[in-house]
Design a protein around this ligand. Structure first.
Ligand code: FEO
Length: 183
């Protein structure tokens, strides 16, 4: 008896997303190494923590594919892009890579919706929320850098940002968790 509960399109899509999450981890890893070598230890730490988060996302896809009785295909991870030119460029690239990932997740949500695969649709909702958080986090960081002078930000301001990011929370708070008492 065939116990595979995923369609071919769905399992191919989930497998390629698993590799995409691994690729996101490599991007954070390589930007973290770049930031550290530029002297930004706090930013590097922040990026390394995110590399681990992306690896966890990869594992969630792997576990889900297995749980639904489909085949996991571990494939080569594309190399990360070139090093950023400066801190602003670094976070712009991080933001863009999160948007690309969000779009890939949305495509999977659409497939699950069209197929009436509600188990996968439900599984993917966690990622929809996670991507909103990650985009918000990257947006907030870009705002901070812009206020600090963008590409012309002074060494002092970058020093402070570096120190803040060492301990910054890894999650952004979302609009849906806000109340009138806690705006
Ligand atoms: Fe796993 Fe940042 O997406």
């Amino acid at each position: 008896m065939n116990t595979n509960r995923l369609s071919k399109t769905m399992s191919d899509g989930l497998n390629s997303q698993m590799t995409k999450e691994a690729a996101a981890a490599q991007i954070y890893l390589s930007y973290g190494a770049w930031a550290d070598s530029e002297g930004y230890g706090g930013i590097a730490n922040f990026l390394f923590r995110h590399a681990s988060e992306e690896r966890n996302h990869m594992m969630k896809f792997l576990e889900y594919i297995l749980k639904r009785g489909a085949k996991v295909k571990v494939e080569a991870i594309p190399a990360p892009p070139q090093d950023p030119t400066d801190i602003q460029d670094c976070f712009e690239k991080v933001f863009q890579s999160e948007i690309d990932n969000t779009n890939a997740i949305y495509k999977l949500v659409k497939i699950s919706f069209d197929e009436g695969d509600w188990a996968t649709w439900h599984f993917l909702q966690w990622f929809v929320k996670e991507q909103t958080e990650e985009e918000t986090l990257a947006m907030n960081l870009l705002d901070k850098i812009k206020i600090a002078g963008g590409k012309n930000a002074s060494g002092d301001v970058l020093y402070e940002l570096d120190r803040d990011l060492e301990k910054a929370p890894d999650e952004a708070s979302l609009a849906e968790t806000k109340t009138a008492e806690n705006p």
